[in-house]
Design a protein around this ligand. Sequence first.
Ligand code: ATP
Ligand code: MG
Length: 396
Amino acid sequence: MKPLPSFRKAVWLNEPRLQQVMAVITRGGGEVRVAGGAVRNALLGVPIADVDLATTMLPTDVMRVCKAAGFGVHPTGFDHGTVTVVNGGIPFEVTTLRRDVETDGRRAMVAYTSEWAEDAMRRDFTMNAMYCDAAGKIYDFTNGYGDLLRNRVRFVGDAKMRIKEDYLRILRFFRFHARFGKGGPDKIGLAACAKLKSGLKKISAERIRQEMFKIVVAPRAVPTLKIMAASGVLRKIIPYTDDWRLIGRLPDDAVLRLYCLAKKPDDLKQDLRLSNAEAQRIDDLGTGPDLSPKLKMSEQRTMLYHLGGQAWTDSVELGWASGRASKRDKKWRALLDLPKHWPIPKLPINGQDLLEAGIASGPYMGEVLRSLEDWWVASDFVPTREELLERLKHDA
Ligand code: ATP
Ligand code: MG
C-alpha cells in the first residue's frame, strides 16, 4: 500500500485564516482536523472548494471559543453539530464528531463522540472519510487513500445498510463516481444502489436537485448517466431520453444538459425545483428558433434582439450540439459569441416620447411603439432616436 503523504508544507493547509481557527479550537481544548472533501481533493491535487473541519469540541464550546477569538460564528446546522466560523471572510464549517444513532432514511439523530474512527464510519464513502490535522498528518480509517488511488467510490461499511440510512447516498455514489471514478463503479455499491433505488422517493426534491445538478456536469457525466439508466436508478428521478451523444456534446451546463436528458423538460421545474430563471430557460429552449451559422448577419441580430442573451446562447449551444459540427468549428463559435461583439441595443425611444408626441397611453400606444420597433429592427437597428421621432411625427 502506498504510504500516506503529509500536507505539512501544503499551501492550502497553511492558509493563515484556517490555521488560526484550528489553533483557537486546539487552545480551547479540542482536537480539530480538516475533514472530507478537502482532504480528498488535496490528495488528488485538484482544487479545494471549501475546507470543512471536524472537532471533538462540542458545538456550544466551538461557538464560545470562536466568538471570544473574534471570529464570526453562525449555528448553521446546530442540530447536527455544525457551526460556521468565519475568519477574514472565509467560512469554515466546524462539525463536532458524531455517530448516527437513529435514521429514517433521510435524517439522522446524532450523538457526539470523541472517537475519530466513529465519525469516519458515519461518512458516506471511504474517499470522503479522511482527516488531516493542522500539522499535515493524514488519518485514514477506511483505506480511503487506496480507494482514491484506484478511482473507486466505495461505501464506508455495508453498502445496503448505509443506503437505508440515507437514500440520497445512491445519488452521491453516482455523483462521486462521475467526478472521481474510472472504469466501472464499485460492483457492490452499484448493486446496492440498484436494489434500493425505490427509497429515493423518500428524498426531498431539493436534495435530489443538488446532486443531479452536479452529476450532469461532472467529467464523466454521460457514462455515469448511462449506468444510472441501466440500473433503473435514473427512471426513479425523471423519465429520460437516451440521447447520450447530444448530452455529451453540450457544454457542462446543468440546465442545458437536464433539458436534453428529460423526456418532459417541463416537469423538471417541479421535480428538480428549478428557480424562475432556470424555468425560463427551459421554456425558451422549448420554443427557441433553430439557429445556425447559415443565418445572415441581419437575421442573427434580429433573433438575438428578440431572444435576449441567455436564450440565444442556449439555442446556439443546443443547435451546435445537435448537429455534426466539431466543438472547434469557427462558424458556430462566432454565432455563439455574437452577444460579445454585438451588445443587444436598446430601442432609443419609449412611452414617454410617445406621450410627448401626443399619443395617449393605452393599447394604441403599445401598437405604435411596436410598429416603430419593428421598423427599427428591420432597418438593422440603424435608425437613431431623431429618425424614430421623425417617423413617429409622420405616422401619428
Ligand atoms: P464537494 O467538493 O462536492 O463539496 P464534499 O466531499 O465536500 O464534496 P459535501 O456534500 O460537501 O461533499 O459533504 C462533505 C462531507 O460530509 C463528505 O465528504 C462526507 O464525508 C460527508 N457527507 C456529506 N453528505 C453525506 C451523507 N449524505 N452521508 C454521509 N456522509 C455525508
Ligand atoms: Mg463540500
